[in-house]
Write a new protein. Sequence first.
Length: 348
Amino acid sequence: MTRPTALDARLIVARPGFTLDLDLQVAAGEVVALLGPNGAGKTTALRALAGLTPLAEGGRIRLDGHPTHTLPAERRPVGMVFQDYLLFPHLSALDNVAFGPRCQGAGRAEARRTAATWLERVGLAEHASAKPRHLSGGQAQRVALARALAVRPRLLLLDEPLAALDAHTRLEIRSQLRRHLADFDGATVLVTHDPLDAMVLADRLVVIENGSVVQQGTPGEVGRRPRTDYVARLVGLNLYRGHADGPRVTVEGVQFSVAERLDGPAFVAFAPSAVALYRSRPDGSPRNLWEAVIDGVERHGDNIRIHLDGPISAFADVTPAAVADLDLAPGRRVWASVKATETHAYPA
């Protein structure tokens, strides 16, 4: 069943040397992650939705069909979780959460009852009297989320909500946050630099670069078919644009055999783990094979990532044993190849 559109926005923000122009629709109950390199316009978009940055002429924001871009920030049905949470240090967890309902006109007792309900929902009922300085990072994040949801928003904005957490806490809070978002029936917009946060939390990804959308789709769609170098790096793939002729795609003179049959401009993508390296040219077909120079070697998880420079630049992930056996070091000339079955092509 198609869910109704909760957020329908055209975000236009003009600054010297930069313009954000973003069409954004989010269904009720949907979580959309905004991704992009630094300076792409992600935080500007979030601030515009919150009413903290004014829209230029032609911009609009509608929530459940009602225009909100003309309203001041405090009158918009929007809840926001900031990267550093921005809890009031002099207030208890309970009164931090009760602050929003109080601002909406609720009496002190009613606001505190609402806050207590939300603290219980996020598993912090026993910490109601604690001041922020006595809360862990994960607990502070949950208080900030409860405070945002206590105002009954129709739009929830999350600005790098897990960035301040250590790796272990982040894993736990990420799964908890996903459950809370699943229960929220409004629109959620998440800004993050972490691809794992986006893949786990979001139903749909919107990638922006230089203020414009360059790709959008489900995490699976974007991950399988990146369309810019930024997205390819985000999902850990080598990406090239070339020309397809049936089962072959030529990129900078390197010919790739692919499983798909295409004609015309095409992308070719493959994982660094699919790249095999050789000290001398291997026997067999010249396709999916090129000579390169190693210009960087670094640890990457349990493997070693090799940076290759040549007719095409690429990353190759190999084992520490392979580095030793092949004597892989910066400046070394090698041959690189990738199997056709691990090379994916799609229209550019």
